[in-house]
Write a protein of this length. Structure first.
Length: 97
């Protein structure tokens, strides 16, 4: 199965990592490790996680208050479109392709 992270989602991850780096040295590495593990779980079994909108599913991180939002445009592709903090507006980024 193919996995793609769109550029906006990559920026979402980078912005969150910068925030955590400013909070405590090394915290960004912990965040990025959890992101990597979450993406691997989504990649392994994309249909397992909650569908939050038509065609969009969400994986919630355990330690950090973030969700990974993704589509499965076909049976061989996972497309990560948003990595968003829980306090952000629910519709933010939902129109990303």
């Amino acid at each position: 199965m193919n996995l793609e992270i769109i550029p906006q989602a990559q920026r979402d991850i980078a912005e969150a990592a910068r925030y955590y780096r400013a909070q405590r040295p090394g915290l960004e590495n912990e965040f990025l490790r959890e992101i990597e593990e979450a993406i691997a779980k989504v990649h392994e079994n994309p249909l397992m996680f909650e569908q939050v909108r038509s065609g969009i599913r969400r994986f919630l991180l355990d330690r950090f208050p973030y969700g990974i939002y993704y589509r499965t445009p076909d049976e061989n592709t996972v497309l990560i479109i948003i990595v968003r903090h829980h306090s952000r507006h629910p519709g933010l980024g939902m129109r990303r392709k």
